[in-house]
Design a binder for this molecule. Sequence first.
Ligand code: PLZ
Length: 459
Amino acid sequence: MSLTVSPSLPALESRLPQRRELATEIPGPASRELQERRAAVVAAGAVSSMPVYAADADGGVIRDVDGNSFIDLGSGIAVTSVGASAPAVAAAVQDQVGHFTHTCFMVTPYEGYIQVAEELARLTPGDHAKRTVLFNSGAEAVENAVKIARLATGRQAVVAFDHAYHGRTNLTMGLTAKTMPYKSNFGPFAPEVYRMPMSYPYREENPELTGPEAARRAITQIEKQIGADSTAAILIEPIQGEGGFIVPAEGFLPTLAAWARENGVVFIADEVQSGFCRTGAWFASEHEGVVPDLITMAKGLAGGMPLSAVTGRAELLDAVHAGGLGGTYGGNPVACAAALATLETMRELDLAGRAQAIEDIVLARLRALAEELGGAQGPIGDIRGRGAMLALELVKPGTTEPDPETTKAVAAACLAQGVLILTCGTYGNVIRLLPPLVIDERLLNEGLEVLEDALRASR
Ligand code: PLZ
């Protein structure tokens, strides 16, 4: 009798060899040369977290201009969930550019836009009538969701939360919490944005505070500082991204959403980072059965092509006057073709299921490592996240004091060993893992080993 062990992450076909390989020092000579040319012409304010320049990418690897192959645990900030050159996406893009690259949906419309809207109506939570409008970036989607909520309610105030990240345009900078590097000296910011306390279980003063209680804390402030009848929208990331992969306590999101519904406040879920199978479901809102009135999406939607969307209740989107929503490139036909192929790939390969399998693999390893490093007295203060959106919060051992220096050093050590790892967090002390959902199991484990060794060595 043979024992069949089914691997939790079945290996997928790939174009590039799925392996880590260091051919030069990091960064190598070709990357260093590009770095010099860059310094002469690219704005100093636009920085890159990695000093290596990409030449090719596929599945779970990024190859640089010096021939080094890195294990990608960042997906270009949660974008390339299907891989950075998924065959179906590449084929769809090639086919579309051979026909037309642009007509402007506001001038001469095309079917791809409608097909994306049909998909999003099916995939987003809730079975109510929905409408969609497409844009280019996450920030643009958030801006438009706020425009729609304000117009539809006739109210102005928008509630955002501590640790929130919503973008870098003027309105979305104002909605974003962290000043450096996002907001500092870029003001003034748009008015009528109110910041409320988030549910952040690891850093809650009262560790017993439940999700519904944390929601009541915010609701009380909304009622006292703004008034429900002046509040157009509550805007929230169901799992906060840049702010530190903060998963609110259970019941926080449903309580806020229920209060919004009762008070005619539009509940907007910003799923720009958490959407499209990343957390083990199509959308993170689903984990607690939350049905947002509006949902903002980008990143994972189009396999690396710039495309964003606002999908939501038909009566909200259709409240906007003709011509009130648009933009030259919004819903670009090449990006729409890429999105359709991306969504099809996500279904075909069951990427939500793979994200759950990634969670099982990663959490088991990280929990064992945290124990090894001293448990509650060690440097890993918290392990959290869902699916393939997972994080470690690093602290000075035995305290909850953030340790951004070690966090940076660990990410740098991983890079030097051929593993691309991103950091985040209000305090800069969170290591986040966002592997492509198509990553090979062996490669994922190898990447985690490198991270574990870096954490061990950092003590
Ligand atoms: N909403 C929840 O995560 C983008 C930004 C990185 P854009 N996050 C990565 C950086 O430093 O600029 C993001 C997000 C959430 C909105 C956005 C904004 O999306 O496509 O970057 O505009």
